[in-house]
Design a protein around this ligand. Structure first.
Ligand SMILES: *Cc1c(COP(=O)(O)O)cnc(C)c1O
Length: 372
């Protein structure tokens, strides 16, 4: 744990905002259940506090990517939600079948081979084993192909010993409401479900929830929007902002017109300027692409990044800021309510998901809100 006095920046995570986003998404999903996808350490925000807060908010279905994440999550939830269902998206790790059983984890079976392995394990154990079955409907990434499903459907013992808790697929373009692939994937999903044993179904990620009731099925699986990322391009963001990132000013200097700034001398002052050096860099996930593009805020005034982002430092033009507000030790808002994750991501030419999951280990992390 990096203490605040030593850190170059302070990351505040609002757990109440995560719970309120969870409730908003659950309400939008109508009669469907609402899971939480908290892979990659809850998108970089900390699986422990985030999962505990979500469990407190009523969530009982969790998805992670890796078996190791699931084992850790099971121990995190032991007190708050021992009955939680934990699904492992990346599939069954062969040779680790007993680990799923020991911790009560549910593998998402992505191939005929994984189904066969889980069936064999169930047979040897002599008890039925829970699983989700994933169908590929357009991502071409994980899941059964249509031909696999036809073959499985034709064999009557294909799922012997497997207790299918969920049949799922994943949308490729859900953030783009008008993309025809959304509807096509739903049609393929329904066709595949016809050939499989009857089971609850799940298709929608965060964005998919906003595509309408046709996409909700029995369980929705939001991740990003729990953490404040806008679900759709076309509508104002209904989610509460969850994080605040504040960089600490280390030094302030006046520079004459014509002076250059940073590696490569990519910025040249066009006027007498004041620059603030802040203790955040690309080693903290403040992407180098933000060089001469990113910005922070002091109060309501935008302060642009000038020069290249270096490993541990950025320089901001604070000429417009009162000297008393831009002094060593003062904080600059790098991510805040009026400069959101999505806005920083746009400056960096990427998506909020990458900004979140890249948030550095050197920040002082402060959790506010939740457990009551
Ligand atoms: C990551 C992931 C999700 C969550 O997606 P968001 O866009 O973050 O809401 C849902 N389902 C699967 C299969 C995923 O990999």
């Amino acid at each position: 744990m990096v203490i605040a006095e030593h850190a170059g920046a302070i990351l505040t995570v609002d757990l109440d905002a995560i719970v309120s986003n969870y409730r908003l998404l659950r309400d939008r999903a109508g009669d469907a259940g609402c899971a939480a996808v908290i892979k990659a350490d809850a998108y970089g925000l900390g699986a422990g506090p985030v999962a505990t807060a979500l469990a407190g908010g009523g969530c009982r279905d969790f998805f992670v990517a890796l078996l190791a994440e699931a084992v850790e999550l099971r121990s995190i939830l032991a007190a708050a939600a021992a009955d939680a269902r934990i699904y492992v998206l990346n599939g069954l790790v062969r040779g680790e079948e007993h680990t799923y059983a020991e911790h009560g984890l549910i593998p998402v079976l992505n191939s005929t081979d994984e189904i066969a392995a889980w069936r064999a394990f169930a047979g040897a154990a002599g008890t039925s084993q829970k699983a989700a079955i994933q169908i590929d409907t357009g991502m071409s990434r994980l899941g059964l192909e249509h031909a696999d499903i036809e073959a499985l459907g034709a064999a009557d013992d294909a799922f012997a010993g497997i207790d299918i808790r969920l049949v799922m697929s994943h949308l490729a373009c859900a953030y783009d409401r008008d993309n025809p692939l959304n509807h096509q994937q739903r049609v393929l999903f329904d066709a595949a479900r016809e050939l499989l044993p009857d089971a609850p179904a799940s298709l929608a990620n965060s964005s998919g929830i906003f595509l309408g009731a046709d996409f909700h099925y029995d369980l929705v699986r939001p991740g990003a929007s729990l953490f404040g990322i806008a679900p759709l391009m076309e509508i104002p963001n209904p989610m509460a902002q969850v994080i605040k990132l504040q960089g600490k000013i280390l030094q302030v200097r006046d520079v004459d017109r014509g002076r250059t700034v940073g590696y490569g001398a990519t910025h040249r002052a066009t006027r007498q300027s004041r620059l603030a050096t802040v203790g955040v860099g690309y080693a903290d996930g403040y992407l180098r692409y933000l060089s001469n593009r990113g910005s922070g805020f002091i109060g309501n005034v935008r302060v642009p990044v000038v020069g290249r982002v270096s490993m541990d430092l950025i320089t901001l033009d604070v000429t417009e800021i009162a000297e008393s507000d831009a002094r060593p030790g003062a904080l600059v808002d790098l991510i805040c309510n009026h400069h959101t994750i999505d806005q920083l991501a746009a400056e960096a030419g990427t998506i909020g998901y990458e900004i979140l999951t890249g948030l550095g280990a050197r920040y002082h992390r402060r959790y506010v809100g939740a457990p009551d």
